[in-house]
Design a protein around this ligand. Structure first.
Ligand code: MSK
Length: 626
């Protein structure tokens, strides 16, 4: 990359400086590789290339000069819908498999097969057991853990008619899903059925494929992801508000720096335990460091920030740049959103990459597999490797730009309810009075095709200015944190109504609700609000936005939001524009089906206008001032 481009890539001066340093150090980054891929394949961008079978691969010509059908006879609509169906299935599978790992861990806890993990939130376990109908009198914590895990693991099967958490869905919404035959049955079943439907010669009708894609996504949002969130709270504790710091400058020049990256708290929680062990701190000091410093990246960072206040070093596009500081001894990863390039970037410095999941091996990384029996021991080994790596650090290569930014995190639904005094009534009253005009989930990734954090931060600033509360997760949450939007002082950036509510409650106008799987907290909160008001989720003045999304998981989240009745703005178009039928369905037709649609808008200021207009319409329909 030539030097002049750095400013165009990010809103953050410290990221810009590290891009420059990467260039000086001869390190290739995601932005370089993106440029090397340009121009991107137009057929693929439009969803018009098909490699589902080997009669092809095939391409449908969008300009109608070339082939309009693949070798099998599939037209543009079928090719696009099949591809999109598989895209959603992959995203849902990723979240749901993460949830399964947690359900299996809870089962192991219940069976007494691990000493390293326990139930930290017994009250939540009891509540969940009651909700799931397994609160048998006389069951101790282990018995409840076993029973809850068994019920939730059964949701992955193909023998049920509906998932356990359908009990949380407002009656009108569930009735609609029943009419449309999209009530999710088994989590694995819906994904498998999508793979079946999209095999050549099975489902060849775009609307039918899209409806099943919605069913798959619902099995994620009200199934696999929800299981992930709820069990993480049970095992590791339900988040409560806590302050911490964020930005690359949470790395410490005089300490052994360890980063956790990925999604699942199963590994990061153990590493957080290991760095607190006095003998490990002493070992770090013995090699000349002042101590051990742990920080997070991406969603596993969100998990331990929410629950333990462990600082965050940054979001998706900053993962390579964290290594470029020259101050990171080790990155320990679980799975998802971990660029394979981290191994090559690490090799340019002294940074070790440690993989931990049997599902996620990286060529060139050190593999230390974690399981419920060995987790603490493996975490200690990881920390030992980091201390060893510190000896190889080259002080001349160390540069940690910027300053840490304060933030408040930990707003689980339980914490929100507690802040409101135990009931949703004050929030509902504030919405009715127009102090809070609505709420928006601003979520999702970074994407090198979008200026880093520009979409998230500008949209959110616009929304809060208009008295719209923002709830955030994932890499969007880190973006907001680094821009100072998760502080009490940020209330001054909000409109007068939202600002007054935030000041009265002592909360920021942008509430961090967690990682990507924790978007389920948002849909659950919407369900609670809808139930309180006796309406459907689609009647609420709410919306969602993913301005910089890149992953299949984000697409699955967007689709379950829309299928749940939440208008959703995407800053990057999904690969569906090659089909008029599929595109029209996504941006308008779904309104008649689910009472919500997608909109595609890359400009965060225009996206704010779209959301604002939607909120006005919903407020008026409820008889409220717009
Ligand atoms: S980590 S899915 S880049 S939000 Fe959840 Fe960030 Fe997107 Fe991964």
């Amino acid at each position: 990359m030539s030097k002049k481009n750095f400013k165009e890539e990010t809103i953050r001066p410290e990221v810009e400086r590290l891009l420059e340093k990467a260039w000086e150090d001869g390190v290739e980054t995601v932005w370089d590789r993106k440029r090397a891929q340009e121009p991107h394949c137009g057929f693929c961008e439009l969803g018009l290339s098909c490699h589902i079978c080997v009669m092809g691969p095939c391409r449908i010509d969008p300009f109608k000069n070339g082939p309009q059908r693949g070798v099998c006879g599939a037209d543009a609509d079928v090719v696009v819908a099949r591809n999109f169906g598989r895209f959603i299935a992959a995203g849902a599978a990723s979240h749901s498999d993460h949830g399964r790992d947690l359900a299996e861990l809870l089962l192991a806890v219940g069976q007494g097969l691990t000493k390293d993990y326990q139930v930290r939130d017994q009250a939540k376990l009891k509540r969940l057991a009651g909700e799931l109908g397994v609160d048998a009198p006389g069951l101790d914590t282990a018995g409840l853990a076993r029973a809850v895990a068994e019920v939730l693991l059964a949701d992955y099967s193909s023998t049920k008619q509906q998932l356990a958490f359908m009990s949380r869905v407002p009656a009108k919404r569930l009735e609609l899903w029943r009419k449309l035959s999209v009530v999710p049955r088994g989590i694995d079943r819906e994904v498998v059925e999508m793979m079946h439907r999209t095999h050549m010669g099975v489902d060849n009708e775009a609307v039918s494929l899209l409806l099943h894609a919605a069913r798959v996504s619902l099995s994620d949002g009200w199934g696999g992801s929800m299981i992930g969130t709820e069990i993480s709270d049970v095992i590791f504790g339900t988040p409560t508000p806590r302050s911490s710091k964020i930005n690359l400058a949470v790395l410490q020049e005089d300490q052994v720096n360890i980063l956790v990256h990925g999604h699942n708290p199963i590994v990061s929680e153990m590493v957080a335990w290991a760095v607190r062990q006095p003998d490990m701190i002493a070992k770090a000091q013995a090699v000349g460091a002042k101590g051990l410093n742990l920080a997070g990246l991406c969603c596993t960072g969100n998990e331990i920030l929410m629950r333990q206040g462990v600082p965050m070093a940054g979001n998706h596009l900053m993962t390579e740049l964290a290594i470029v500081t020259g101050a990171v001894e080790l990155i320990v990863v679980d799975y998802q959103c971990i660029m394979p390039s981290l191994v090559q970037v690490g090799a340019c410095y002294h940074t070790k990459i440690v993989t931990t999941s049997p599902k996620a091996h990286f060529a060139g990384a050190t593999h230390l597999e974690f399981d419920p029996q060995n987790a603490k021991q493996q975490a200690l080994t990881v920390v030992g490797l980091a201390i060893e790596a510190y000896k190889s650090r080259n002080p001349d290569k160390v540069e940690i730009p910027g300053k840490p930014v304060e933030l408040l995190s930990g707003f689980s639904n339980e914490a929100v309810l507690a802040a409101l005094g135990g009931s949703l009534t004050p929030l509902i009253e504030a919405i009715k009075a127009g102090q809070i005009r609505g709420a928006v989930g601003v979520v999702g990734c970074n994407n090198p095709r979008v200026k880093h954090d520009h979409g998230h931060v500008n949209l959110t600033k616009e929304l809060i200015k208009r008295d719209i509360l923002v709830l955030d997760t994932g890499c969007a949450a880190a973006a907001h944190g680094m821009s100072g939007l998760k502080t009490l002082a940020a209330a001054d950036l909000a409109g007068p109504g939202l600002s007054a509510v935030c000041k009265a409650l002592g909360v920021p106008p942008v509430l961090h609700v967690g990682s990507c799987v924790d978007n389920t907290r948002i849909v659950h909160l919407c369900a609670l609000l809808a139930n309180s008001l006796g309406v459907d989720i689609s009647d609420l003045p709410v919306a969602a936005a993913a301005m910089e999304w890149y992953s299949e998981k984000a697409a699955a989240i967007g689709l379950y939001a829309v299928a749940s009745g939440i208008f959703t703005v995407l800053g990057v178009a999904p690969p569906i524009l090659g089909s008029k039928a599929v595109t029209e369905m996504a941006v308008s037709g779904l309104e008649d089906v689910f009472g919500a649609t997608f909109a595609v808008e890359a400009d965060p200021f225009k996206a704010a206008d779209l959301i604002d207009a939607r909120i006005k319409v919903k407020r008026q329909a409820l008889g409220l001032t717009p």
